[in-house]
Design a protein around this ligand. Structure first.
Ligand SMILES: C=C1C[C@]23C[C@H]1CC[C@H]2[C@]1(C)CCC[C@@](C)(C(=O)O)[C@H]1[C@@H]3C(=O)O
Ligand SMILES: O=C(O)CCC(=O)C(=O)O
Ligand SMILES: [Fe+2]
Length: 253
């Protein structure tokens, strides 16, 4: 990881596919990305990232196994069959991302990663001992301490939609510091790109009516990659956009 991030920019930008040595394009969610050469022009994070879909096979398989077990338990906690979410995520289009936060002379003027909820389903994060991850709860930011050997697990927007809003995605961010490089490794469990994301029947009731429209992970991913940087209200903005698209389609015979 250190070797990769210390390469020349032009070399890092080649990190995409084995055969095609072209740099990551706008709209793609894997490959190398840096705040300084990117698709957004405001609220730029102080970091570089490298994301994979199918590489790092063994590591991904291990994370995948842990996330499947967690999905089984989350299903049980909602009164669903243990297999319900395990089956849903058995095939998945997950993402592995390396985050590299260089030291910053004025850390109070920026953020490593701005406040956001993950648009994905479940995140398993491995942060190093430097610390910097913060979670928003009870109206304030709390630092998430590094515990050797432990992962940080959080719910993302797509799982919030699958549970009809019962499980909430959590607001978090990462701060940087003047002294030390910080690294983190995030495994984002995501559904299969084209599989409809719809809440389990038993979770839509008179007391808890339907909260979000059906969508695919492909559509939400495209939304966050092409014209909306994931933030604290991604799912609400995306739901509105889906509904607008549906009503536009109805107008065109
Ligand atoms: C599908 C994804 C989009 C982001 C990477 C994964 C999961 C989390 C998203 C992200 C980290 C949330 C904060 C903003 C973001 C733009 C970033 O700082 O990298 C997001 C990622 C992205 O859009 O590339
Ligand atoms: O680096 C961290 O601690 C958090 C990164 C993060 O939130 C993300 O990549 O979605
Ligand atoms: Fe995140």
């Amino acid at each position: 990881m250190d070797r990769f991030f210390s390469l020349q920019l032009s070399e890092k930008q080649k990190a995409k596919r084995k055969k095609q040595k072209a740099k990551r394009k706008v709209g793609e969610s894997y490959g190398y990305a840096s705040s300084f050469v990117g698709r957004f022009s405001s609220k730029l994070p102080w970091k570089e990232t490298l994301s994979f879909r199918r590489l790092y096979q063994e590591y991904c398989e291990a994370r995948n196994k842990v996330s499947q077990e967690i999905m089984g338990l989350l299903g049980i906690s909602l009164g669903l069959d243990q297999a319900y979410f395990k089956d849903f995520f058995e095939q998945n289009d997950s993402i592995l991302r390396l985050n590299h936060y260089p030291p910053c002379q004025k850390p109070e003027l920026t953020l490593g990663t701005g406040p956001h909820t993950d648009p994905t389903s479940l995140t398993i994060l491995h942060q190093d001992q430097v610390g910097g991850l913060q979670v928003f709860a009870d109206e304030k930011w709390h630092s998430v301490a590094h515990i050797p050997g432990a992962f940080v697990v959080n719910i993302g927007d797509t799982f919030m939609a699958l549970t009809n809003g019962i499980y909430k995605s959590c607001l978090h961010r990462a701060v940087v510091n003047t002294e030390t490089v910080r690294k983190s490794l995030a495994f984002f469990l995501c559904p299969k790109l084209e599989r409809p994301v719809t809440p389990a029947a038993g979770l839509v009731t008179a007391e808890n009516p339907r909260k979000y429209p059906d969508f695919t992970w492909a559509a939400l991913l495209k939304f966050t990659q092409n014209h909306y940087r994931a933030d604290m209200k991604t799912l609400v903005a995306f739901s509105k956009w889906v509904q607008e698209q549906e009503s536009n389609n109805k107008l065109i015979p």
